[in-house]
Design a protein around this ligand. Structure first.
Ligand code: SF4
Length: 325
């Protein structure tokens, strides 16, 4: 699959599929895609996650593991249907708390009011994933069910308990005063604190009650503690930010040693009337990912070194060092 084809699939973001397949596919419980059923498609070493939607302009036909995607009635790309382990292929990627007391306008999680998994449940899921022999990494994420401190406490406890599996561990939570050091000491290998946007004005509107500069301060400390190439941050494209803001934001994060993950924004149905999100075009995604690649190269950062969470998965984004030619 060419980078242009993957960019087009990400830009569309949805696919219509035959119904028997629906039993085999995933419903994420965290982040902007939460609550929607999705599947993984792989072609030529590149992977895409597509949300299942009968109104999609893309239609997938699956025969065993072979999958062909049609656009406007013509074959667009062929490859294979990939099974997830937990949330994505090859990883046990677990959301501890599927609810959130914050109210970021791009995110459906606070509206879904999901459940909070117990310590034993999380361990049980991970053990089952390990038993398949396919688990290459464990990733832990969470909404904020009560306070960020409590989520960090729970994450630390889980990381300590899963070190025995001897695979890389990544954690993405809301940062607190000592979360970075505690997670590192517990045994986490990689960490993600999300800026969501680098446009300060938009940040104040969409993440009210939170402070972008505090997140940046934690990211800075995370690079000191976890090291370069081990610290990431999701950066949504489509909240109304300008191209210049994105370029500047990529520069700011990379200069700190943080690898930004450019995530195509999704308009959650639960947020209609609260925010307008415009899904970026394939051309925009390719252009921004090329800027990201050049900037990372200038700072000696590699997006293909990551072993946990979204950069090795690549389902939702163009990884600048894996997906571009
Ligand atoms: S890229 Fe990240 S959010 Fe998307 S499916 Fe993979 S792990 Fe999940």
């Amino acid at each position: 699959m060419k980078p242009e084809t993957k960019a087009e699939l990400i830009s569309i973001g949805t696919v219509d599929v035959d119904s028997p397949l629906l039993e085999k596919i995933t419903t994420p419980t965290a982040g902007p895609g939460a609550g929607k059923t999705a599947l993984f498609f792989k072609s030529g070493g590149k992977r895409v996650r597509l949300t299942v939607d009968e109104k999609s302009p893309l239609k997938a036909i699956i025969d065993d593991s072979k999958m062909v995607i049609y656009k406007n009635g013509e074959e667009f790309v062929s490859g294979k249907f990939e099974k997830e382990l937990i949330h994505c292929p090859e990883q046990a990627y677990i959301t501890i708390s599927e609810k959130c007391v914050y109210d970021c306008k791009f995110c459906p999680v606070p509206k879904l009011n999901g459940r909070v998994k117990t310590f034993d449940e999380v361990l049980q899921y991970i053990h089952e994933a390990y038993s398949t022999g396919k688990m290459k990494a464990i990733s832990i994420t969470s909404g904020v069910a009560d306070t960020p401190e409590k989520e960090v406490d729970r994450s630390v406890e889980i990381v300590r308990a899963i070190k025995k599996y001897n695979v890389p561990i990544g954690v993405s939570v809301y940062p607190t005063t000592n979360s970075t050091k505690r997670l590192k000491d517990a045994g986490a290998d990689e960490i993600k604190y999300n800026v969501e946007t680098m446009d300060r004005d938009i940040y104040k509107e969409v993440c009210s009650g939170q402070d972008l500069d505090i997140i940046l301060k934690h990211l800075h400390e995370a690079v000191e503690i976890f090291g370069r190439n081990n610290v990431y941050s999701n950066f949504i494209i489509g909240l109304g930010e300008s191209y210049e803001t994105v370029e500047k934001g990529i520069e700011e994060l990379a200069s700190m040693g943080v690898i930004p993950i450019l995530r195509a924004g999704v308009m959650p149905s639960q947020r209609v009337g609260e925010i307008e999100i415009e899904r970026p075009s394939a051309k925009q995604l390719l252009k921004l990912t090329r800027v990201l690649r050049r900037t990372l190269d200038r700072y000696g950062l590699r997006a293909d070194k990551s072993r946990t969470m979204c950069l090795p998965c690549t389902g939702c984004d163009l990884n600048p060092h894996k997906d571009l030619d």
